[in-house]
Write a protein that binds this ligand. Structure first.
Ligand SMILES: NC(=O)c1ccc[n+]([C@@H]2O[C@H](COP(=O)([O-])OP(=O)(O)OC[C@H]3O[C@@H](n4cnc5c(N)ncnc54)[C@H](OP(=O)(O)O)[C@@H]3O)[C@@H](O)[C@H]2O)c1
Length: 404
């Protein structure tokens, strides 16, 4: 395996292309395709080594099949939007090519992301002898692999997992989202949800918060939201009793979100305006800064990880596995901010695992189903070092005290 096709030349896709282009020992040929050829050409100019560029509208399976037939990749990575997951998976099945993404499918007309559309592709992928690797960004992605590592190497049984995600950066804009605005706002405006003792428990959006102590950042208010990796982790982490996901939002972000929501600007259904149907959230996306424009001058860090509570050798144990990523350093390396960097680098590492034979098999799988150690070793080499910290009994007490 030596040929890679990346679809989506946005904020995160540009990082994937640039990082792949720094690893020519593994990726002999790299193709980058996107809805606008200009997006690909702008990225290709900044790549350290040559990358082939193509135009494709990945909403159409036939268009992706033509692209695959022309480029003959071993793996297609969807770095565009979750809306394109299924059309690209269909094209991979039709052509017998491995597939990877960083976010699970959600239909445009319903803001409910779930694996229920992608997992049923398992027999089709298995019949073709190809792999569909789901959710290989940071969270989902590295967060799942931290869980696999904890299960394999640190615990006999994990009872609770809290995935904690802090962006303590400052981009200087009054309001912007760190990845695609439409997908981001759909995610944070939907009801919160967590899993306990075999049940999903739904809560009002952003109605539970607590202080989490983030490495190299400090204590930050964090909100309980639903995140897609919980759906696969409850199946793949044995003996689990509870999983929750927490994310920081600044008061400024919450204030803007409240206003936008209350006036209907985050609606995903069409509204008639001067005789034309307009979807408010799609229009809003056009007004907000693209995430790829936020990198220059972005300061601060992301601090993201998983906090585990469980047993080892019959004794209680708490561990925090995390990564800290600096916005300005990412910009210096690949002209992108840390959220794009932490999303765009893990798929390169996942592709390396596949190309080098560390990850294999067939069918559709989530990343925690593959060996965690070789991935995490390579992740650190590719710019995302990670750390394991054993927690004392009084650490993260606010988080552990939240009764859910
Ligand atoms: N797992 C994680 O940790 C994680 C974190 C953040 C984001 N994500 C995922 O990453 C996605 C991308 O985020 P981003 O910040 O890179 O967003 P972005 O900057 O808006 O990039 C999305 C790109 O998708 C391309 N695109 C859209 N529709 C397309 C189509 N029909 N055919 C081909 N290309 C199409 C666009 O291409 P053009 O520029 O050519 O128009 C755009 O550049 C998010 O939506 C989310 O699903 C995952």
């Amino acid at each position: 395996m030596e040929t890679l096709l990346i679809i989506g030349a946005g904020a995160a896709g540009s990082v994937t292309a640039k990082k792949a282009a720094m690893n020519r020992d593994v990726f002999k040929t790299i193709h980058l395709a996107s809805r606008r050829i200009s997006s690909c050409e702008a990225v290709a100019k900044q790549c350290a080594t040559p990358v082939h560029t193509h135009q494709v509208d990945a909403d159409y399976t036939e268009a992706v099949i033509d692209l695959i037939n022309n480029t003959k990749p071993d793996l297609v990575i969807n770095m565009a939007l979750p809306y394109q997951d299924l059309t690209i998976m269909d094209a991979c099945v039709a052509t017998g090519v491995h597939y990877m993404d960083t976010a699970n499918y959600e239909p445009r007309e319903e803001a409910k992301f779930s694996y229920k559309w992608q997992w049923p592709y398992d027999p089709k992928f298995a019949d073709k002898g190809i792999l569909g690797i789901l959710g290989c960004g940071f969270d989902p992605g590295v967060s799942n692999i931290f869980c696999a590592y904890a299960q394999e190497h640190l615990f006999d049984v994990i009872h609770t997992i809290d995935i904690v995600d802090c962006n303590d950066g400052s981009h200087g804009k009054s309001f912007a989202t760190n990845f695609n605005p439409e997908i981001n706002l759909r995610e944070v405006t939907q009801a919160g949800k967590y899993w306990k003792n075999g049940q999903w428990i739904e809560i009002d959006a952003l109605s539970i918060n607590c202080m989490v102590d983030y490495p190299e950042v400090g204590e930050r208010k964090s909100y309980l939201i639903y995140h897609e990796e919980e759906e696969s982790l409850v199946k793949n982490i044995k003996g689990l009793k509870q999983i929750r996901f927490w994310m920081t939002f600044s008061d400024n972000y919450i204030k803007h979100l409240d206003v936008l929501q209350s006036v209907g600007m985050t609606r995903i259904d069409p509204v008639m305006y001067k005789g034309h149907p307009v979807i408010p959230i799609e229009f809003l996306k056009e007004l907000l800064p693209p995430p790829s424009s936020l990198g220059a001058g972005y300061t601060g860090r992301t601090s993201i990880g998983c906090i585990f509570d469980g047993l080892k050798d019959g004794k209680p144990k708490r561990v925090f596995i995390y990564n800290v990523c600096d916005h300005a350093q990412c910009y210096q390396e690949v002209q992108a901010q840390a959220v794009s960097y932490t999303t765009g680098v893990p798929p390169v590492v996942g592709a390396m695992m596949l190309f080098k034979g560390e990850w294999g098999g067939n069918g559709v799988k989530n990343v925690e189903q593959f060996p965690s150690k070789p991935f995490l070793e390579e992740l650190a080499r590719q710019g995302l070092p990670w750390h394991v910290k054993e927690l004392a009994a009084n650490e993260q007490d606010d988080l552990f005290a939240v009764k859910t």
